[in-house]
Write a protein that binds this ligand. Structure first.
Ligand code: TRP
Length: 337
């Protein structure tokens, strides 16, 4: 990643859980630190324009935006080093998007995952293909391409579901560069972090809000405890030696606890010395341990959001001039100025 420009966008999705923390939040922040230490640049933004496709309630949207901003700060994103901003503060992004539209084959949008998933769902339910589909959702990858191309991004770290969107951004940039026969836009690459943890939820499926199987990170202790204690177990007695890998509590523990504690749990299960109550308490402790310091910071920022607003404004003031340059380059080429 040396001296590369790395950009990550996050949608404000609301109350974060252990799966988000280990699968997205921590890896993104660590990657940011790494990029910066190697002399690169790190952009991190909240994709609020993308969020309005699905969320139409301003209060809910605002709350989610606050939460996601504070979560990243709480887990160590440094807004003085990373360029941390809100998508909707960069007026050039929709302008760039409009230019990209003219070079984006409609077929790219037809085949984009986010849109196709809704169409498939509609078909299963016997509804018209485009039921509930707005143009924001349909053209989602073009806006995302503008997010990426505006800052001459080299690398976009993504989860599997976003790979295609980065490829679309690259293809659009390639079309424009080919048309004008000059490198107007940098071709971005995606970076798929293979080792990133997929954390199982309390019912054993992937932890996800849509499955209602999450362990929240910044809830009250009682709520976290309730989630941990509802993790699926069987009725085998404590004394029966167990294979740790078959035990859901252990699988989640592995993702969050330090190595020596993980070994301790594994041994205890194998030897029939730890019961389900014990291991759930160990997991609860591990969750609290991994989050308590961040929770203090999170609460502070949520209660002093004016400070966060200043950080976002600083980020926007760094991001905008770059987007302005890209926009000018595009306009000059497109309009022959
Ligand atoms: N589509 C991304 C998601 O759903 C969010 C996003 C918007 C993004 N614009 C981006 C991610 C640009 C990386 C780069 O998670």
């Amino acid at each position: 990643m040396s001296s590369k420009i790395v950009l990550t966008g996050v949608k404000p999705t609301g109350t974060p859980h252990i799966g988000n923390l280990l699968g997205a939040i921590r890896p993104a922040i660590e990657l940011g630190h790494q990029v910066l230490s190697e002399g690169g640049e790190h952009f991190m933004f909240i994709a609020d324009y993308h969020a309005i496709n699905a969320e139409k309630n301003p209060q809910v949207l605002n709350q989610k935006l606050k939460e996601i901003a504070c979560v990243y700060l709480a887990f160590g994103l440094d807004p003085n080093k990373s360029v941390f901003y809100r998508q909707s503060d960069i007026a050039e992004i929709p302008e760039i998007t409009t230019i990209l539209y003219a070079y984006t084959p409609k077929g790219f949008m037809n085949k984009a995952h986010a849109y196709k998933a809704v169409v498939e769902k509609n078909q299963m339910a016997g509804k018209p293909d485009d039921d509930g589909v707005n143009m924001g959702l349909y053209t989602y990858p073009t806006l995302m391409a503008a997010d990426i191309l505006a800052y001459d991004t080299d690398v976009v770290p993504v989860g599997k579901d976003q790979v295609q969107h980065v490829e679309i951004a690259r293809d659009i940039a390639g079309i424009i560069n080919a048309h004008y026969n000059k490198p107007l836009l940098k071709l971005p690459e995606y970076f798929l972090a293979e080792h990133v943890a997929v954390v199982p939820g309390i019912d054993g499926r992937k932890m996800s809000k849509s499955y209602d199987n999450v362990i929240p990170i910044f809830a009250d202790k009682s709520e976290i405890k309730k989630a941990v204690f509802s993790i699926k177990t069987d009725s085998r007695p404590m004394e029966e030696p167990k294979n740790p890998d078959e035990i859901l509590v252990y699988q989640i523990y592995q993702a969050i606890a330090p190595q020596d504690k993980v070994l301790e749990m594994a041994e205890g299960l194998k030897q029939g010395k730890l019961g389900y109550g014990h291991i759930k308490n160990m997991l609860l402790d591990a969750v609290l341990e991994a989050t308590s310091e961040a929770k203090e910071k999170y609460d502070y920022y949520m209660n002093h959001f004016d400070e966060v607003e200043e950080m976002l404004a600083l980020g926007a003031s760094k991001a905008r001039p770059i987007a302005q340059k890209t926009l000018k380059r595009l306009k000059d080429a497109v309009f022959g100025r």
